[in-house]
Ligand binder design. Structure first.
Ligand code: NDP
Length: 295
């Protein structure tokens, strides 16, 4: 029987554990605070930000909502980030990407204080992760590791194919999986759009993690029997005239071959959201010197 890995369940456990950590902080008079900065009128970005704020409120993290006119000069955003960096009541800063074309994504990421960089994208945090001394692990890769942990998937010595090499998912995930650490010690093949014969790479893998942004790219014929399949992809497609969400894995054919698989929705998505809360609580503990047990 193929095991369906339920991201909602695992995310709910993480949130419960964070509740205890937040109570510890509150006992010391500290309320963790995440500032979200939105400089866009893209409906998807607006939805992501409001979901993140609701998540915060549900677990007892204060959400500070900062909205900037998308046509404002870049300096406005950099000034805002500088103010939030300096504000001792703000523990985490999340600038919703993408920012408008006249602002450099890269410069925004660099402007955020690494101690408040709960996305884990600042070069200091990326460098620490690669060097095996991570502070903030980026939310989606961290969520994937938590799912593997919960499903008792042994990565040590395993062949893992990661499909996609973005800075927010594929690359940090591959780096985490090769660390000499729990849920590391894997042999990773990092695939991308120029990879020759993707199916040959995925068929060799004990664990396949798809993060390409291509609807149903990985199907059952590309998997070895019993493989663990983690589907990061979220793609909106038209099916029979109806708009629906599908992953980067063809769930129906893959589940006939896989030993365990995540669904879309309800797999990696809830974990990404939970790990943002995790990083915010972690940041708060580090900034206030309150010792918190993280789940
Ligand atoms: P990007 O578009 O930044 O990166 C996609 C990567 O996939 C690139 O490295 C690209 O290669 C590679 N790729 C594209 N087509 C193929 C192909 N045919 N074969 C092999 N590799 C291919 O995407 P993201 O990493 O930001 O996101 C990936 C997916 O995950 C998206 O569906 C996104 O919506 C979803 N996502 C989901 C999250 C969640 O919480 N569930 C969070 C973040 C993302 P190249 O580098 O050569 O261009």
């Amino acid at each position: 029987m193929t095991r369906i890995i339920d991201g909602n369940d695992v995310a709910s456990d993480v949130r419960d554990g964070l509740g205890d950590a937040i109570a510890t902080l509150e006992d010391d008079g500290v309320t963790p605070t995440l500032a979200t900065v939105l400089m866009s009128d893209d409906p998807a970005s607006e939805t992501y930000v409001s979901m993140k704020q609701e998540d915060c409120e549900e677990v007892g993290i204060e959400a500070l909502d900062v909205e900037l006119d998308p046509d404002a000069p870049a300096e406005k955003l950099f000034g805002t980030v500088e103010d939030l960096n300096a504000d001792p009541n703000v523990n985490g800063i999340l600038v919703q990407m993408p920012v408008p074309d006249h602002v450099s994504n890269r410069d925004v990421i660099r402007a955020i204080d690494p101690a408040k960089d709960v996305d884990g994208f600042h070069p200091e945090n990326v460098g620490r992760l690669v060097a095996g001394d991570p502070v903030f692990k980026p939310c989606t890769p961290h969520g994937v590791l938590k799912l593997l942990e919960d499903a008792d998937v042994e990565t040590e010595g395993a062949d893992v194919a990661v499909v996609g090499r973005s800075n927010i998912v594929g690359k940090p995930l591959a780096n985490l999986l090769v660390q000499k650490a729990d849920y590391g010690n894997a042999t990773v093949t990092l695939c991308h759009s120029r990879t020759d014969d993707l199916a040959e790479k995925t068929r060799r893998a004990d664990v396949v993690i798809a993060a390409a942004g291509v609807p149903e790219l990985v199907d059952g014929s590309m998997l070895t029997e019993g493989a663990v399949v983690i589907d990061v992809g979220v793609n909106r497609v038209d099916r029979d005239g109806e708009s629906t969400l599908v992953g980067d894995v063809d769930f129906e054919s893959a589940k006939e071959v896989a030993g365990a698989i995540t669904p879309v929705p309800g797999g990696v998505g809830p974990m990404t959201r939970a790990m943002l809360l995790y990083n915010t609580v972690m940041a708060t503990g580090r900034q206030t010197d309150v010792s918190v047990d993280l789940p």
